[in-house]
Design a protein around this ligand. Structure first.
Ligand code: ADP
Ligand code: ZN
Length: 220
């Protein structure tokens, strides 16, 4: 069966970075809707073209598109595995959609981690974020600088700012998150699935906190 763990957090809370760290200590299939959407955009797929206009404005991509890529991803992956969702669900509509997809596959949600950080921390992280154009590795001008300016340590590719990490779009993304998340938090808290994590602290400490609270995998 599918055992889902969800990382819920504002843009800049560190979902992607923590997901990378988590994958190293536990066996997870990492599903990032942001990464999947950016791949669709890069490949010029119809779904990507529809999504791009929303992403560039910092708006949410419509739920039907998101549910479509999630369903395809679950159908293309193993039926018995632990899945780590990062950046999904983002609305209660998507949360209900996920419940339905999991129920149809005899799966369930094991834990939802709410990554909390101050607004100042979030803005500083997003403004300094740089991403490798070639391998998508993530850096930060001050916190995680590459060895050579604007060059990826891992593959030598060029580092760029994400088009939605500019100031105006960042502020909109944070506002969209604030509006959408209250309902989501209530949705999962009511089911006893929610754990709050201080995402303002050092990455390794936040990671350790998550690992401590991670339910043990039940055998398939
Ligand atoms: P962040 O969480 O830092 O905003 P992501 O990479 O997760 O970054 O998402 C980037 C953009 O992709 C979002 O602003 C939104 O437009 C779109 N997106 C990603 N995941 C979802 C989702 N689950 N529902 C709707 N839109 C999404
Ligand atoms: Zn790279």
């Amino acid at each position: 069966m599918i055992q889902a763990v969800i990382l819920l957090g504002a843009p800049g809370a560190g979902k992607g970075t923590l997901a990378e760290g988590l994958k190293r200590s536990a066996d997870f299939i990492h599903v990032s809707t942001g990464d999947m959407l950016r791949e669709q955009v890069k490949a010029g797929r119809p779904l990507g073209l529809r999504a791009k206009a929303y992403m560039d404005q910092g708006e949410l991509v419509p739920d039907d598109l998101i549910m479509q890529i999630i369903a395809e991803r679950l159908d293309g992956g193993p039926a018995a595995a632990r899945y780590l969702f990062d950046g999904f669900p983002r609305t209660t509509e998507q949360a209900r959609g996920l419940d339905a997809l999991l129920a149809a596959r005899h799966g369930g949600i094991r834990k939802v981690f709410l990554l909390e950080a101050s607004r100042a921390t979030l803005v500083a992280r997003l403004a300094g974020r740089r991403v490798c154009q070639q391998c998508a590795a993530v850096y930060h001008l001050r916190n995680i600088p590459p060895r050579q300016a604007d060059v990826c340590d891992q593959c030598g590719g060029p580092l760029r700012q994400r088009p939605d990490d500019t100031e105006a779009t960042v502020l909109n993304r944070l506002e969209v998150f604030r509006q959408q998340t209250e309902g989501l938090i209530a949705y999962y808290a009511a089911r006893g699935l929610l754990a709050r994590i201080d995402a303002g602290q050092q990455r390794d400490q936040a990671l350790a906190d998550i690992i401590n609270l991670l339910p043990v995998a039940t055998p398939p």
